[in-house]
Design a protein around this ligand. Structure first.
Ligand SMILES: [Fe+2]
Length: 137
């Protein structure tokens, strides 16, 4: 029904749910984060959420990653104020999505399990979604 209202038909060919094709939806009003194995029609706070399009990090959203003890230590030099902050980091491989939610006033860093190849995502509440390939372990 939401698809009919929005006028946008969603057709997924991702029926085996390769998590590397994960789509991200973030509500601009409440900050709700939705990850989906494929495209879908999602609404929050009365708004239809388009999938975020990940970009390569720019100079103010550079992601640093170190691999140690089977984990990635991920950090971004980025403001963590109430109006401008990183909303989450996520590691995505073919079979797993690991999301770590971040909050204002927190350090812009986390640890994520180092498991296989995939993508590392960082989401800024003002500037959107960034991603880099997960480095080799
Ligand atoms: Fe930002």
């Amino acid at each position: 029904m939401p698809e009919l209202i929005s006028g946008t038909a969603v057709t997924n060919r991702n029926r085996t749910a390769n998590m590397l094709k994960t789509q991200w939806y973030v509500c601009p009003l409440c900050g709700n984060v939705i990850s989906a194995a494929g495209e879908g029609a999602f609404h929050c706070c009365g708004i239809a959420l388009p999938p975020l399009v990940p970009e390569e990090p720019d100079d103010s959203h550079t992601i640093s990653v170190e691999c140690m003890d089977g984990e990635y230590f991920v950090r971004m030099e980025h403001p963590m104020t109430k109006s401008h902050y990183l909303s989450f980091f996520a590691a995505v491989t073919s079979e797993r999505v690991t999301l770590v939610k971040l909050y204002p006033e927190q350090e812009p860093e986390t640890r994520l399990p180092a498991r296989g190849r995939g993508w590392l995502y960082a989401c800024c509440n003002r500037h959107g979604l960034f991603r880099i390939p997960l480095p080799k372990r």
